[in-house]
Design a protein around this ligand. Structure first.
Ligand SMILES: NC(=O)c1ccc[n+]([C@@H]2O[C@H](COP(=O)([O-])OP(=O)(O)OC[C@H]3O[C@@H](n4cnc5c(N)ncnc54)[C@H](OP(=O)(O)O)[C@@H]3O)[C@@H](O)[C@H]2O)c1
Length: 180
């Protein structure tokens, strides 16, 4: 996910207006649309929490499109939500069993879109192989944390760092498997 420097992925009311920043870092790379499209092609399916899904629905209703293309998109929820396309499937129950038993045998690259509740749960349950954390050049003071309710340390290996012209720094970490 993309976060403010102080670690928030959305304001408390869920708004992400601050994602559009105006900084410029002369030494940074440009985000080339072709590279982004090629990267998105490597993702086999998406998993997201219901509140992130609701944000996606609001964006789509405003004419901003559906960012997940035709890829299978699994929405974690215990509620009844509108199903806007055939690629969307709702899931509840044991997340570890769902990811390891249902998704891993069928999909190679499983992208957890967020939000904070789901990413915290994912790390807590030891389901993540990698964490992609992009820092935007802004502080917002308070909001929804990147990792909600993480109740233990998670050791990481810094695998990649990229700085962009927009002032965003993209970090890729591998989750270290510790034997404890
Ligand atoms: N900056 C970014 O890159 C970025 C990326 C993604 C999202 N976001 C933002 O993050 C915000 C949402 O984050 P959030 O932490 O509030 O919520 P979230 O993680 O998107 O969704 C949490 C909800 O998902 C459902 N859920 C979670 N785990 C479940 C499980 N194991 N089984 C069944 N249902 C489960 C529950 O909803 P029910 O009540 O429906 O059961 C839970 O309340 C939005 O504002 C979104 O725009 C930002």
């Amino acid at each position: 996910m993309a976060a403010s420097l102080d670690g928030f992925i959305a304001r408390k009311d869920g708004s992400v207006d601050w994602l559009e920043t105006t900084d410029e870092f002369a030494g940074g790379d440009s985000l080339d649309p072709g590279t982004v499209a090629a990267f998105l092609e490597t993702i086999d399916c998406y998993v997201m929490g219901s509140r992130t899904y609701e944000t996606a629905l609001r964006f789509e209703a405003r004419g901003l499109g559906w960012p997940y293309g035709g890829k299978p998109t699994f929405v974690l929820t215990r509620r009844e939500l509108p199903r806007v396309r055939d690629t969307v499937e709702f899931c509840s129950g044991d997340l570890a069993q769902f990811v390891n038993g249902r998704l891993r045998p069928s999909f190679r690259s499983i992208w957890f879109v967020g939000g904070g509740a789901v990413s915290g749960e994912c790390l807590r349950l030891g389901l993540a192989d990698e964490v992609r954390y992009s820092i935007l050049p802004i502080l917002i003071g308070e909001g929804i944390p990147f990792f909600d309710e993480l109740d233990k340390d998670v050791a990481l290996h810094l695998a990649e760092v990229k700085a962009y012209r927009s002032g965003m720094v993209a970090l890729r970490y591998e989750v270290r498997r510790t034997t404890s």
